[in-house]
Design a protein around this ligand. Structure first.
Ligand code: ZN
Length: 462
């Protein structure tokens, strides 16, 4: 960089700071400190529901360490998540903080079991702690007129609840800057025997290394910091009752790995500053889970562990949806096909100009985009009944060939079959990392959704 451009950059930086160009005037860092106290307030919620109805009840307000999130643009968000909330100042409508999250209970509500059963699951909302009393209002993303929760937040009362320190070994995998300027990931160990801390550290290095070798994480690595938390407890087992309660078979889906011990998980995680949480499980069995703004899980010892970590993290970090539709079992009812999903990689719309990723669509692509779907579907049906491994591997090979059709590999279009539905829901590409483990990476649409989230967290709230 020459002298002139360096001087110009300094000048530009001064102008940028003075005008807050592109940002909300109210929430530059100095404003943050006059509204928030610099800690994170964890609100523990009980989410109760069945197929017909749902409700939220606050269970606890806990100071959860320093606020590691952005300090600007807090009154806006990316409008992601099944549920949205705002923190307002006092009894006014002035929004101090806005956010969203998705929910395991919401997934369960579309299962047949929810037709005649009611369940309660604990979920977490983390916000910067306000200096003065405020109100938290929460609603379902497509029903903003129906408030599901309306509670007072009194910082003087919540300060009595603080996480107790649980025995754990805390390490920095890499730290690229202060928490307020970085996207901070916490990786929590689950199911590791006490003497396997070294194994956990090596797996974190390997799997996180593979994640940051994939675009767009690769080019954005400098914006991330990663810390690990290894609970020092008696050995636990994933297959049985683990300390953190992480187990397979969630929602009756064997590969779905998640936990119901929300508060314990959060107590361990709070020992490091974090924005996003990953739980790495010492298991050789294939499995994982990821829910937007809750957390991601992945089995650490499977040949596809890196894929699992990246795929599940994309759910929990950027709110990307599953694009696959075969073998979806109980969650097949999550997207009705009647409401346009909020996720940036699913649509029910077939008019090119209405498609949320229209600007990425290849001008030459046919909309909807033909692919060998009928053949793929029939292979899926055969795979369900194939019990001889030779037969299975032949079917997998044919399916792999369909998903690696060279004429469609880099095409962004409108491919039918996504979001657990064979018909009526569309994905942007033939085979993205949100569709199958055999993909080369994220497609342009998923990559852009992740990029957008990274930009937002690093101060570019457009
Ligand atoms: Zn998924």
């Amino acid at each position: 960089m020459g002298k002139f451009s360096a001087a110009f950059s300094v000048l530009w930086a001064v102008i940028w700071i003075q005008t807050g160009f592109g940002q909300s005037e109210d929430y530059r860092p100095q404003r943050f400190n006059s509204v928030f106290d610099g800690t994170t307030l964890r609100i523990s919620l009980r989410h109760t529901g069945n197929a017909e109805s749902e409700s939220f009840h606050p269970e606890g307000f806990i100071i959860d360490g320093v606020w590691a999130g952005p300090q600007i643009c807090l009154d806006t968000d990316l409008r992601l998540g099944d549920y949205r909330f705002v923190l307002t100042e006092g009894n006014t409508d002035r929004i101090l903080y806005r956010g969203g999250f998705s929910s395991l209970l919401e997934e369960w509500r579309s299962t047949p079991e929810a037709q005649n059963t009611t369940k309660t699951i604990r979920e977490t909302v983390r916000i910067p702690t306000p200096l003065k009393p405020g109100r938290l209002l929460l609603w379902k993303w497509n029903s903003p007129q129906d408030t599901l929760l309306d509670i007072s937040i009194n910082p003087n009362e919540v300060k009595t609840g603080t996480n107790s320190i649980l025995p754990a070994i805390v390490r920095r995998l890499f730290v690229n800057g202060p928490p307020q300027k970085q996207i901070d990931l916490a990786i929590l160990a689950s199911g590791y025997a006490l003497n396997r801390e070294n194994k956990f550290n090596l797996q974190c290095e390997k799997l996180i290394g593979e994640m940051f070798a994939v675009s767009p994480f690769l080019r954005n690595r400098k914006y991330f910091s990663v810390r690990t938390v290894f609970p020092v407890v008696a050995p636990d087992s994933v297959s049985g009752h683990s300390l953190l309660g992480v187990s397979f078979g969630i929602l009756g889906i064997e590969r779905y790995l998640y936990s119901f011990r929300e508060n314990l998980i959060r107590q361990y995680a709070a020992q490091v500053p974090y924005d996003f949480l990953i739980i790495l499980v010492d298991s050789e069995k294939y499995g994982g889970g990821g829910i937007y703004n809750q957390y991601a899980t992945a089995a650490a010892n499977h040949p596809y562990s890196a894929f699992l970590l990246i795929h599940e993290f994309a759910h929990s970090f950027a709110g990307l949806a599953d694009e696959y539709y075969q073998n979806a079992q109980y969650i097949s009812g999550k997207y009705s096909g009647k409401i346009e999903p909020w996720e940036r990689n699913l649509t029910i719309l077939t008019e090119k100009t209405g498609i949320k990723w229209w600007k990425f669509i290849d001008p030459a692509a046919t909309i909807p985009t033909p692919w060998r779907k009928a053949e793929y579907d029939s292979l899926g049906a055969l795979l369900e009944y194939a019990d001889i491994s030779d037969q299975k591997s032949r079917l997998y090979k044919r399916r792999f060939e369909i998903l690696h059709d060279s004429t469609l590999q880099s095409v962004t279009g409108l491919f039918e079959g996504a979001g657990y539905s064979s018909e009526g829901i569309y994905r942007p590409s033939l085979n993205c990392l949100m569709f199958s483990s055999g993909s080369g990476g994220f497609d342009k649409v998923c990559e852009s959704a992740i990029d957008r989230k990274i930009r937002f967290f690093t101060g570019n709230c457009d």
